[in-house]
Design a binder for this molecule. Structure first.
Ligand SMILES: NC(=O)c1ccc[n+]([C@@H]2O[C@H](COP(=O)([O-])OP(=O)(O)OC[C@H]3O[C@@H](n4cnc5c(N)ncnc54)[C@H](O)[C@@H]3O)[C@@H](O)[C@H]2O)c1
Ligand SMILES: [Zn+2]
Length: 374
């Protein structure tokens, strides 16, 4: 089972291969996509490496790779920082000091490996080619595609980074079998996001039962839904690669309050859980501003609950101040004016500027109140 989605970016175009049980063919696939290097630098983490590194290594050796260096980073968001990034650059320099023998960088893991490793590949010698090999649902549908690579810094998420596109995204959805149920659910948050603001048909299909099939890892459903999400993201990225036109903002639905909460809760919530709470909050804002109707809110919240995702993080009112500080650093906010991506109907959205701060505050407080709705 396989699907191929093109990310059309002129000279930086690349395919996203969405398949199952394809990891043993990685090496051969790299060759058919014109990646002829004989050195590979594989960035991963100990947990993912224990499961998949040996298959990957064998596949690379069979395709003629001679030097394969594995470098591990910590297996959590806390490891997505400048020190770990710096150690990764140091490993690149230590193992591949010769400019004539630059490696192909392979990023085997979730969004943390992909974001940090993509950034290291983007800046090492002003850029060496890299391939994303996402092993989480979230990375498959979102972070491995689009070329945003970054690390967290100074308490701000993704503040140090670059735009740098991979040469190929190689996605083996059979690797999701070993993912924890919590991480699988977390990935569905981004999928529901695409349905909510980019595609009514995806939203309808998820509601009609695709969500449960996805959570049960039905292979046809997985390939279909992941490929559709990648296509939706590819369409957005192709129109606004460098996030200059406001088009790419759609992908930030749920991420304004979500990111602030993710950071303030010190990663007690996964990215997807925080985004789920952020989508519920943004939808409450939209409802109060008369941009969406109560039926949309009911449908979205029901879908998030069916995915096992939270709508709030009750009992944490102390997070209000840190969230507010984090919010002020949001890259969409300029000159004290806030800017939110709000849903209007399934598959549709609107960018809204300068929402009255008391309304924003009340919505945030509701997300973390002692009792939901208090
Ligand atoms: N660049 C972008 O456009 C973009 C988009 C969305 C999210 N992100 C970033 O992605 C990150 C979140 O990514 P994530 O949710 O993949 O988290 P993650 O990379 O931390 O992975 C989650 C956990 O799953 C484990 N894991 C990964 N694959 C596994 C597998 N197949 N089997 C068993 N365990 C496995 C990891 O070791 C880790 O503990 C955040 O830092 C977020 O900012 C980036
Ligand atoms: Zn996200």
């Amino acid at each position: 089972m396989s699907t191929r989605v093109e990310v059309a970016l002129g000279p930086r175009s690349y395919p996203v291969l969405v398949q199952t049980h394809c990891l043993p063919q990685l090496g051969a696939t790299l060759r058919t996509h014109g990646l002829a290097q004989t050195n590979a630098f594989v960035l991963t983490n100990p947990d993912v490496a224990a499961l998949y590194f040996s298959t990957l290594e064998t596949s690379l050796k069979n395709a003629g790779f001679q030097r394969i260096v594995r470098h591990d980073i910590p297996a959590s968001e806390e490891g997505k920082n400048w020190d770990v990034f710096s150690a990764t650059c140091a490993a690149l320099l230590e193992h591949f000091p010769d400019a004539g023998a630059s490696p192909l960088v392979l990023l085997l893991g979730g969004g943390v490996v992909g974001d940090l490793g993509g950034f290291a590949a983007a800046v090492y010698r002003r850029g060496v080619p890299f391939v994303q090999i996402p092993t989480t649902l979230l990375a498959a549908v979102d972070s491995s595609v689009g070329g945003k690579v970054a690390v967290n810094f100074g308490g701000v998420k993704n503040i140090m980074g670059a735009f740098s596109q991979p040469r190929l995204v190689f996605c083996d959805l059979a690797t999701l079998k070993t993912l924890s149920p919590r991480e699988l659910r977390s990935g569905t948050a981004e999928i529901i996001k695409y349905g909510a603001v980019c595609s009514q048909s995806l939203f309808d299909d998820l509601e009609a039962g695709a969500l449960e099939k996805l959570l049960a890892q039905n292979p046809e459903t997985l390939v279909d839904i992941v490929a559709r999400c990648v296509q939706l993201k590819a369409n957005v990225v192709a129109q606004d690669e460098f996030d200059k036109l406001g088009i790419r903002n759609v992908l930030n639905f749920g991420h304004t309050i979500g990111h602030a909460l993710e950071l303030s809760a010190h990663y007690a919530l996964t990215h997807g859980e925080a985004i789920s709470i952020g989508m519920a909050a943004a939808t409450r804002l939209a409802l109060q501003l008369g941009l969406c109707d109560a039926l949309f809110q009911t449908r979205l919240e029901a879908l998030l609950l069916r995915a096992g995702l939270p709508l709030s993080y009750p009992g944490h009112p102390e997070l209000f101040e840190p969230m507010l500080r984090a919010l002020q650093l949001d890259k969409k906010f300029r000159n004290g004016k806030n800017l939110f991506v709000l849903p209007t109907a399934p598959g549709a959205w609107k960018q809204v500027e300068d929402i009255p701060w008391p309304l924003v505050h009340a919505t945030m407080q509701e997300a973390i109140a002692d009792k939901p709705g208090a």
